[in-house]
Design a protein around this ligand. Structure first.
Ligand SMILES: *Cc1c(COP(=O)(O)O)cnc(C)c1O
Length: 405
């Protein structure tokens, strides 16, 4: 063991608050799909910092953009405009205009939770007094701030922090009848993911988003789609809702949009965005030139590479490589946001730990599912290598499981 500058084992001398489990490794460097730990071991990163580093670690064009910007202008406050945020907002709007047929406006944030926080406040402002409720799905994940935690459909995460903010309601995921019953005159918005990411990589059932769109049209509630994990080409389209052919009223995004720079956004068509007035919302760091320089580089590079097509091809190759492997019951998801469903008796946490030992980073998103979200730039050889490691670990666990019986 090499000596670390500080204890990262989660003990008393660890410099971080104990909200995360003990870190598995100290990662010091990355390039593309590969990272290296403090002992010099190479790991294949099939998680990308939770679907964040979509263009690969230390991407040259993003690195160039942020280092140039750091020497030009980092931040000026929102008393002034800067050309970088302006052009990033225009380009995101162009992507969403293409996807929805409507032009809109952007509020930049520093995270996914803040993007959803903005969407929730916009929905309340748009709905007006008495029409403030937000309905979301059980199993959803929308963030860790109090309001986005309240919107998150995981009651166990609420318990330690009761009382939750008022005005949130949850219904079973994928159940349109339950959703219909929940959307009454007090509802300002439905907040929904196109694929539940943290919830275990659960794609919206066929017709679900279309049904919610129709319900929102009928009731006047806003349809907010949380694309924080699914946006920016991850699922094989620029935004996950495009697979269903619906046009949301509000779209939130973050993870993949800065390739690791902390940046997010909330978008809404002008007719809805204008419910906000000056002073209604804000953030010191909204749309800094530095963060949005990464966004511009990401959009340019994703466009140049046709990142949605890369996600489709990569996802297809992973599915083929994992087909008919012992201990793997199936692969769900879309593009390069995939959930590998393990056979009963195979514990996802054991698989993730075994993969890490064998040089592959994956995530046990729930007890029986491994989440794969490699960079969209992952090579075929890297996919094949990862598939061999993963299926090798699973089949070893399957044979150990049977020999125990
Ligand atoms: C990660 C995530 C969030 C929260 O984003 P943060 O940047 O961690 O605040 C919100 N919604 C979805 C769907 C996510 O996957």
């Amino acid at each position: 063991m090499s000596a670390h500058a500080f204890d990262v084992g989660g003990g008393e001398h660890c410099p971080f608050m104990p909200v995360f489990g003990p870190p598995a490794r100290m990662i010091v460097r990355g390039s593309g799909t590969e990272v290296w730990d403090s002992e010099g071991r190479r790991l294949l990163d099939f998680l990308s910092g939770i679907a964040v580093v979509s263009l690969g670690h230390a991407n040259e064009r993003v690195a160039q953009a942020i280092s140039d910007q750091a020497r030009t202008l980092v931040h000026v406050s929102n008393f002034f405009a800067n050309p970088v945020a302006t052009s990033a907002a225009q380009q995101i709007d162009a992507l969403l205009a293409e996807a929805t047929g409507q032009h809109g406006q952007i509020f930049f944030t520093n995270s996914g939770a803040e993007a959803n926080e903005c969407a929730i406040k916009l929905a309340r402002r748009h709905g007006g007094r008495g029409r403030h409720t937000v309905v979301s799905a059980l199993g959803s994940f929308h963030g860790r701030t109090l309001a986005t935690l309240a919107a998150t459909g995981q009651p166990s995460k609420h318990e330690p922090f009761q009382p939750m903010p008022e005005g949130f309601r949850h219904v079973a995921w994928g159940d349109l009848d339950a959703m219909t019953a929940a959307v009454d005159a007090s509802v300002a918005a439905v907040l929904i993911e196109s694929i539940q990411g943290e919830g275990g990589v659960q794609p919206a059932p066929v017709g679900y988003l279309e049904g919610i769109r129709a319900l929102c049209d009928a009731t006047g509630a806003l349809m907010i789609v949380d694309e924080v994990q699914t946006g920016f080409a991850r699922t094989g389209r620029w935004f996950g809702f495009e697979h269903a052919g619906v046009s949301p009223d509000v779209v939130t995004m973050a993870k993949g949009m800065g390739n690791g720079m902390p940046v997010g956004a909330c978008w809404a068509p002008n007719s809805i965005a204008r419910s906000f007035s000056p002073g209604d919302h804000g953030s010191t760091f909204s749309g800094t030139a530095l963060a949005t320089s990464a966004v511009l580089a990401v959009i340019e590079e994703m466009t140049r590479l046709d990142a949605p097509a890369l996600a489709v091809a990569g996802g297809e190759r992973i599915r083929q490589a994992l087909a008919d492997r012992p201990g793997i019951d199936g692969v769900r998801g879309s593009g390069l946001l995939l959930g590998v469903e393990l056979a009963s008796g195979v514990v996802a946490a054991d698989v993730a730990a075994g993969c890490l030992e064998s040089g592959l980073i994956v995530n046990a998103v729930n007890a029986s599912t491994i989440r794969l979200a490699p960079p969209l730039t992952v090579s075929e050889a890297e996919i094949d290598e990862a598939a061999e490691i993963l299926s090798g670990v699973v089949s070893r666990l399957v044979s150990e499981g049977t020999s125990d019986e």
